[in-house]
Ligand binder design. Structure first.
Ligand code: KIV
Ligand code: ZN
Length: 507
């Protein structure tokens, strides 16, 4: 059985999702979970793009143990140097160099002739190879590139030292028959005395990203690129959890395996959804809330008689609803610490102390604290450590004309606190108007929804907020988790406002 390598680009292509902006601590947290999930290579960022990207790639390089850490670079020496600098402490570094090869990209975006593109690939892949053992090259927009020219670009990269060739379907234009044939064509026609790994990279504009990646695997790709929950530019990327499960459930057909630990799938998906603020649709394959729900009577009857009738994946295979003993308010520090280790959190003494305090306060309100509650608690803790602005107090008042009044205080850093009050036609609107006054902003509230983290009347609330800046057509996500819905709503709005301020306003 061949092994398919998994290349995760949640922190690079995934972060290109409108409204998604991870901070360094969140990126490290995701990277650690990806390593636990079994990802072979993580694309940690695009180091030259910003100081934040550089710092995040550097931090992830320092934390990753077995996982290869890759940085993205255009065909420019400064990009390659910056990636090299960010990855210098990585145990297993890799560079990912790309240059567009399709006629439309060469003519209108790059303003380069085909010969200039080939010369640039040769020069920059050689330069990258002088600094890195592992060099990956991507001919951007490969699927709209003239085939013979694509082969020439790929062969040039191989001759210059690339050993991994990624074939991006940048605009999600291809289909499984065509994309599979493209891999076969390239693999059959390149010349190399070294082993060359071919990799798929698909976007989901026509809803074919997973099918295309699987077609590539059928035709010789040994690596698949994608993101958790399929987040990414426009319609997103191949959802890696779908590939992992397809290879596992249909190993009879694909005759391939991966290093993915399937029972970490749900946890990985939940973490990315929370930190990105991008909800997983209920009907999403593998990790959607309805993926294991049987509604019709005939189906329910069948499953009760034998789950095989309608269930090809058992929920526990991907870590959904695994039986686990919840903690309660009488659980001690030792039981809490043991549970955190089992959940994959290696906490320093002061972090454990803080987490335990939060757990106790939650357990006072909630009878049973489940694993999902604990993971949410850690997400909240990580977010607060990184916040410049912290919600301090929310107070509500009923105003006699039927509207609501709110007084909100926010710590704006260095122990400076700002308080404002406003009215609104409901509690949430009053809170949000007060926060807008503090930030001196007027964003559009594009999306707001609440989800219960667990079942039961005493579930914690997770609120997602998306703010939009109509002038720049940009979005900013924030989530807030709290036992109290209004408090969670305020936290989510503060978090989204913090992103909004960084890009648009000045508080
Ligand atoms: O979609 C794409 O072409 C990319 C490249 C940078 C690989 O993300
Ligand atoms: Zn992409």
């Amino acid at each position: 059985m061949k092994t398919i390598q998994f290349f995760d680009t949640t922190l690079r292509d995934g972060e290109q999702t409108p409204g998604v902006n991870f901070n360094t601590k969140e990126k490290v947290q995701i990277a650690k979970q990806l390593e636990k999930w079994g990802i072979d290579t993580i694309e940690a960022g695009f180091p030259i793009a910003s100081m934040g990207d550089f710092e995040a790639v550097k931090a992830i390089a320092e934390h990753a143990e077995n996982m290869t850490v890759a940085g993205l670079a255009r065909c420019q020496k400064a990009d390659i140097d910056r990636a090299h600098e960010a990855l210098q402490n990585a145990k297993h570094p890799q560079i990912h160099v790309f240059l567009a090869t399709s006629p439309v990209h060469m003519e209108f975006k790059l303003k380069m002739t085909p010969d200039e593109v080939i010369a640039s690939i040769k020069e920059h892949v050689s330069y990258a190879r002088s600094k890195f053992e592992k060099v990956q090259f991507s001919p951007e927009d490969a699927t709209r590139t003239e085939k013979r020219f694509l082969l020439k670009a790929v062969q040039t990269a191989i001759d210059a030292g690339a050993t991994i060739i990624n074939v991006p379907d940048t605009v999600g234009y291809s289909n499984p028959t065509e994309y599979g044939a493209l891999f076969k064509f390239l693999i059959d026609n390149i010349q190399s005395d070294q082993e060359i790994i071919f990799s798929s990279h698909c976007h989901d504009d026509l809803g074919m990203a997973t099918a295309n990646a699987l077609a590539a695997i059928e035709n010789g790709a040994r690596r698949v690129e994608g993101t958790v929950n399929g987040i990414g530019e426009r319609a997103g990327n191949t959802a890696l959890e779908e590939i992992a499960l397809a290879l596992h459930i249909r190993k009879d057909f694909y005759k391939a395996q991966s290093n993915i630990r399937l029972n970490e799938t749900k946890r990985t998906s939940d973490l990315v959804s929370r930190l990105s603020g991008v909800a997983v649709p209920r009907n999403k394959a593998i990790i959607g809330a309805n993926a294991y729900a049987h509604e019709s009577g005939i189906h329910q009857d069948g499953v009760l008689k034998n789950p095989d009738t309608y269930e090809i994946i058992t929920p526990s295979l991907v870590g959904v609803n695994e039986n686990s003993l919840p903690l309660g308010k009488l659980s001690g520090r030792h039981a809490f610490a043991t549970k955190m280790v089992a959940l994959g959190y290696q906490l320093a003494d002061d972090e454990l102390k803080d987490a335990f305090k939060r757990f106790k306060s939650l357990a006072d309100k909630k009878k049973q604290v489940t694993e999902e509650d604990l993971i949410a608690l850690m997400v909240g803790q990580a977010q607060e450590c990184n916040e410049d602005y912290r919600l301090e107090r929310v107070q509500l008042q009923y105003v006699s004309d039927g509207s609501q009044g709110a007084i909100v205080s926010i710590n704006t850093g260095e122990n400076e606190s700002k308080t404002e009050s406003a009215i609104g036609s409901g509690s949430i609107q009053a809170i949000y108007n007060s926060i807008d006054k503090i930030f001196v902003q007027k964003p559009a509230l594009q999306e707001y929804y609440i989800k219960a983290i667990t079942g039961g009347e005493d579930a914690q609330a997770e609120v997602h907020v998306t703010l939009a800046d109509s002038e720049n057509n940009k979005q900013f996500n924030g989530i807030g988790i709290d036992f109290d819905v209004l408090q969670a709503s305020a936290k989510a709005y503060v978090k989204a406002s913090e992103q909004f301020q960084k890009e648009v306003g000045k508080a």
